[in-house]
Design a protein around this ligand. Structure first.
Ligand code: PXG
Length: 296
């Protein structure tokens, strides 16, 4: 029998089949908590510092106190990977409100629960899809507005995204695109979105309610380095339909070219030259040890 992967819960390691938390945990009862999805490439946890910083930023507005320092939590992530002997991995870091009673009042939860799951790398879209582009659909499900349980916080409330994903599944699309409250393009269900028009990149602003994606920030930097102009501004659905190129970015999706939106081909329907340059530069960055924290 192959050895089971170990999962970190509150400072202890449990075999995957025994890694369980209380049914009274408010992460389960109310989706009360925050999380990060992180990747390790070739023995380096990509952008670990940025993910840890964002986790604490997500916890701050909801008064969720993470009972470890950032340094301790980073160490726990590395430790979990080491225990599982993983060099290329998908890492799920979850902090829930912890165990309380059946009421939603977070004051009844004295201590947050910390969970670290590590798995061999997960491929969100097949190689064929990345080469040829993915089929998307703009869904009727609007991104949560910024004056609600906003996706600016990476909370455990993902029903808004899951509903979008279900709509895509039901019509056989690979992924959904959500509009914001005003009707402008916002993001995918677990990805940020970029379009190319006249050789220039455009991406929706964070005020659309899109997550401040770590891959998005990296792409903004890489585009500058490549001399590609980028503007953060509202994008209409029509501008997306008539874009020369479009692609998603995210930890799980990496850089994923978009082939079609609601049946309309984007550009030639093949990944375009700007997307290919960005993708190549992203792949270089993902392999660069300076972009992350070594597993040692
Ligand atoms: N927007 C949303 C709503 C996300 O959840 C991104 C953008 C991309 O952000 P990063 O920082 O990863 O560049 C995300 C993150 C999955 C999965 O399995 C995807 C995410 C989180 C968890 C799981 O598809 N996306």
């Amino acid at each position: 029998m192959t050895k089971e992967l170990l999962v970190y819960i509150d400072g202890k390691f449990y075999p995957k089949s025994e890694a369980k938390i209380s049914v009274y945990d408010h992460g389960l009862l109310y989706g009360d908590g925050v999380f990060e999805g992180i990747r390790a490439y070739n023995g380096v946890v990509f952008k670990l510092k940025e993910h840890i910083d964002r986790l604490y930023k997500s916890a701050h507005p909801i008064f969720l106190k993470i009972p470890l320092t950032k340094a301790e939590l980073s160490k726990a992530v590395i430790e979990t990977l080491k225990k599982n002997n993983l060099k290329d991995a998908y890492i799920r870091l979850v902090v829930t409100r912890g165990v309380g009673d059946l009421g939603l009042d977070p004051r009844k939860c004295p201590k947050a629960t910390i969970i670290i799951i590590t798995e061999p790398l997960l491929q969100l879209h097949s190689t064929e899809k990345v080469e040829n582009g993915i089929n998307t659909v703009i869904t009727w499900v609007r991104r949560n507005p910024v004056d609600s349980a906003t996706h600016e916080m990476k909370s455990l409330n993902y029903l808004n995204s899951i509903l979008g994903k279900i709509e895509a599944n039901n019509i056989g699309a690979d992924e959904a695109i959500c509009l914001d409250k005003k009707g402008y393009v916002c993001e995918g269900v677990g990805e940020n979105l970029f379009i190319v028009r006249d050789g220039k990149l455009l991406t929706p602003p964070l005020s659309s309610g899109a997550l401040d994606g770590i891959t998005r920030t990296l792409i903004l930097r890489l585009a500058k380095k490549l001399g590609i102009e980028v503007t953060e501004r509202d994008i209409t659905p029509n501008e997306l339909f008539t874009a020369d190129e479009a692609f998603f970015t995210g930890t799980a999706a990496e850089v994923a070219p978009i082939r079609e939106v609601n049946g309309r081909l984007i550009g030639t329907g093949k990944p375009g030259s700007v997307t290919k340059r960005i993708l190549a530069e992203f792949e270089k960055a993902a392999k660069d040890p300076a972009e992350g924290s070594a597993i040692k």
